[in-house]
Design a protein around this ligand. Structure first.
Ligand SMILES: NC(=O)c1ccc[n+]([C@@H]2O[C@H](COP(=O)([O-])OP(=O)(O)OC[C@H]3O[C@@H](n4cnc5c(N)ncnc54)[C@H](O)[C@@H]3O)[C@@H](O)[C@H]2O)c1
Length: 338
């Protein structure tokens, strides 16, 4: 069967999570582009690709005319790389976060519209079986109408590289996952936020590596987020530890363990009579980046639009930049995507 052809841009750490699913889906990677051509050559050799190494994106796109581009560059390069690929007539699947600013993200959405091409963001934590299970349980009314979502994320991460130098490393590079997950789990969109970013004493990051954020979501849902990338010891999971509260019960999702919960069996008395809730988790065949890639391939083959295509995903990014703005201004601000 004829297979799709792709150009991968950015041959850094995360490309190791992309080449295996690209191979499993039999996508033909025709070129790997990196400003550091040695990085491209190294990945081509490591994954035994019949691909060209390049440091010139536009010339590579003109030469190979791929079906789609996989943008795995650093956040500040996403806008230039993705817009160049869209202008060259390619669909794009790119790593989160969509862009380094809202102005850039809006430019990317307009570039996709102008080119009539799809741009989707790989928000890898969407394709996790337990997350589907939680969303399904909430959607089925297991805890009644949702009122509140809390997420705590605490880790001490010594990356080196771009995260140590960027402003707002936690909010822009990590909390984007949790903010997007909040939208996914609750089915609600952001309305406004009050946030405070800070850099804890002793931090090894230049930018603020910690934050507390309070979002108002549609349907009156309150989403509170506390996080730090500069917290040694007693780590939470990468997904964050979650408490989701509805009018009739609560779900907990902590340390990557199966979600569990309690719901009201009988109201009355000081505490209601409660029953334990089971949240059935059906194993997913294609998780993380593989799940995202499958949605791009499904789009190419059937026209079905991926859940994280740019017009949707920009709402998650808008949470990031509204939180940063709120912290700078010291007041509550609206979350505006376009
Ligand atoms: N989904 C996840 O869980 C997850 C995890 C880690 C990283 N990421 C994301 O993946 C992206 C890359 O992260 P990384 O850890 O691989 O970074 P990295 O620094 O290891 O690699 C980035 C590569 O991009 C190249 N590059 C930068 N600008 C370029 C440009 N304009 N054209 C071509 N190449 C360019 C760099 O030379 C480098 O080789 C980031 O957006 C990051 O947030 C996602």
């Amino acid at each position: 069967m004829a297979k799709e052809r792709a150009v991968v841009v950015g041959a850094g750490g995360i490309s190791n999570a992309w080449f295996p699913p690209l191979r499993r889906e039999k996508v033909r990677v025709v070129a790997v582009v990196d400003l550091n051509i040695e990085a491209a050559r190294k990945q081509i050799a490591q994954y035994e690709l019949e691909a060209e190494a390049s440091d010139d994106l536009k010339a590579t796109l003109r030469k190979h005319r791929p079906d789609f581009v996989v943008d795995l560059t650093v956040p500040d390069a996403h806008c230039a790389v993705t817009c160049a690929a869209l202008a060259a007539g390619c669909h794009v699947i790119g790593e989160k976060p969509m862009a380094g600013s809202m102005a850039e993200a809006r430019r990317m959405v307009r570039a996709a519209d102008r080119a009539g091409r799809l741009y989707m963001v790989s928000q890898s934590r969407r394709w996790v079986d337990k997350h589907y299970a939680i969303r399904g349980a909430i959607g089925a009314g297991a805890i009644g109408r949702l009122t509140t979502a809390n997420c705590d994320f605490y880790m001490g991460c010594h990356f080196g590289g771009f995260r140590d130098r960027m402003p707002s490393p936690l909010i822009l590079d990590m909390a984007i996952h949790h903010f997007d997950l909040a939208r996914f789990l609750t089915g609600a969109d952001p309305v406004s936020v009050y946030a405070r970013e800070f850099n804890p004493r002793g931090s090894w990051y230049r930018g603020d590596a910690a934050a507390d954020c309070l979002f108002e979501m549609t349907g009156g849902i309150v989403f509170s987020y506390r996080g730090s990338w500069c917290a040694e010891g007693c780590h939470t999971s990468w997904q964050g530890d979650w408490r989701l509260i509805g009018e009739k019960g609560t779900l907990l999702y902590e340390r990557d363990e199966s979600p569990r919960g309690q719901a009201v069996r009988k109201a009355g008395g000081f505490h209601s009579e409660l029953k334990d809730l089971k949240v059935p988790v059906r194993a997913m065949k294609h998780g993380g980046m593989h799940g995202a890639l499958r949605e791009m391939l499904a789009f190419l083959r059937t026209g079905r639009r991926p859940q994280t295509e740019c017009h949707d995903n920009i709402q998650s990014l808008a949470m990031v930049f509204a939180a940063i703005e709120s912290s700078r201004k010291g007041k509550r601000v609206p979350v505006r995507a376009m």
